[in-house]
Design a protein around this ligand. Structure first.
Ligand code: KG4
Ligand code: ZN
Length: 341
């Protein structure tokens, strides 16, 4: 009999619920995005996010069950994001999951959002098993994680300042591209010439760490200089150059890291991995070194609950169970990442 996990995600501005079978097959994935409500503020407003999750979470659960063609009683475990994220937003998902778990008497499993992003790869690539290197790039995280087996995760490198998504969103806002900045800059960069504007690329020779504050400041200074001199800024070329510079650093570091541990499988994870420039650059670098590259489809790169159900399934198999004392952890790291280099 297949194991059915229900995933609930409410860490930021997406309310999502999904049903996944055996941690690999998505039976339903419902996402209610609040982006249009936050866009006029230029970013996520935590209180609005919490209030909207409260309104939409149960309808999302109902839709996910209906689309999957199952009843709540058919579910084997209720899995929910417990962090990182906005505390008020997380609490809505956690409280709902606790209620569902109590009513059905089914296990409650708290899932790390970053683990869930990595687990999205299991949903699309049946052949994927550890060892693999994951490049996790989202609005709040940028790290390279080595998963040598199905128990351990080793953080090999991480950003020393801004996350890649943060650096992209900030410049997209200054360019007037709107919110959410990442996808808008992706579109703006299409057809742009990445060689017109030159951006600094920060590298640390003895480390797999990243730093994006330098490129962000350089971009801000460039925009101000161009505008104050009365010149025209070509947004398409600028966006293309900026995204290429960020993608090159991400790809170069990740491939260097993979080769250092002789692991020839790389997975992409997190919202920024939806970026077309990053996907192309990663592909090019991976091909050059005979590395297999896995990347979820766009809808599983950005926040969704299928990834939560997939990560929850792995915890379910390991016997992980939470109880009613489970709380939100806004700064949660990877669940099994005790070690790092
Ligand atoms: O994983 P995610 O949906 O939420 C977090 O866990 O943070 O990632 C959100 C980030 C934002 O910075 C957003 O601008 C970026 O992912 N993003 C993109 C694209 N789609 C989402 N950045 C560049 N290009 C995209 N197509
Ligand atoms: Zn995310």
């Amino acid at each position: 009999m297949a194991i059915l996990t229900l995933g609930i995600e409410s860490s930021c501005d997406e309310t999502a619920c999904a049903v996944v079978s055996d941690g690999r097959n998505v039976l339903s994935s419902v996402i209610s995005s609040q982006a249009s409500y936050h866009s006029r503020f230029g970013g996520v407003v935590p209180e609005i996010a919490s209030r909207m999750h409260v309104e939409t979470i149960i309808p999302c659960v109902r839709d996910a069950l209906n689309i999957a063609g199952i009843n709540l009683s058919d579910i084997d475990a209720i899995c929910v994001t417990k962090g990182p994220g906005l505390v008020g937003a997380l609490l809505v998902g956690i409280s709902s999951a606790k209620g569902l778990s109590e009513v059905t008497n089914k296990p409650l499993i708290g899932v790390g959002h970053i683990d869930a992003h990595v687990a999205a790869n299991y949903l699309t690539h049946e052949e994927l098993i550890p060892p693999f290197i994951a490049l996790i790039v989202s609005g709040g995280h940028t790290e390279i994680v080595f998963t040598p087996n199905d128990r351990d995760q080793i953080v090999m490198g991480q950003t020393r300042d801004d996350a890649a998504g943060e650096a992209i969103d900030k410049i997209a806002r200054v360019l007037g591209l709107g919110y959410p900045g990442g996808p808008k800059m992706d579109v703006a960069a299409k057809g742009g010439d990445p060689t017109i504007y030159d951006f600094p690329k920060t590298r640390f020779p003895d480390s797999f760490d990243f730093s994006f504050s330098g490129i962000k400041t350089a971009a801000l200074n460039m925009i101000n200089r161009i505008k104050s001199s009365g010149q025209e800024l070509n947004i398409s070329d600028f966006s293309a150059g900026y995204l290429h510079a960020i993608a090159e650093v991400l790809a170069e570091n990740t491939v260097r890291c993979a080769l250092s541990v002789r692991c020839l499988t790389i997975c992409l994870a997190g919202g920024v991995s939806a970026n077309s420039v990053l996907r192309e650059t990663m592909k090019r670098y991976s091909d050059q070194h005979g590395i297999r590259l896995f990347s979820p489809p766009i809808e599983l790169c950005t926040d969704n609950a299928a990834m939560v159900a997939a990560a929850g399934y792995l915890s379910y198999l390991k016997g992980v169970r939470d109880d009613l004392s489970m709380n939100a952890n806004p700064t949660l790291r990877l669940l099994n990442s005790e070690k790092s280099i």
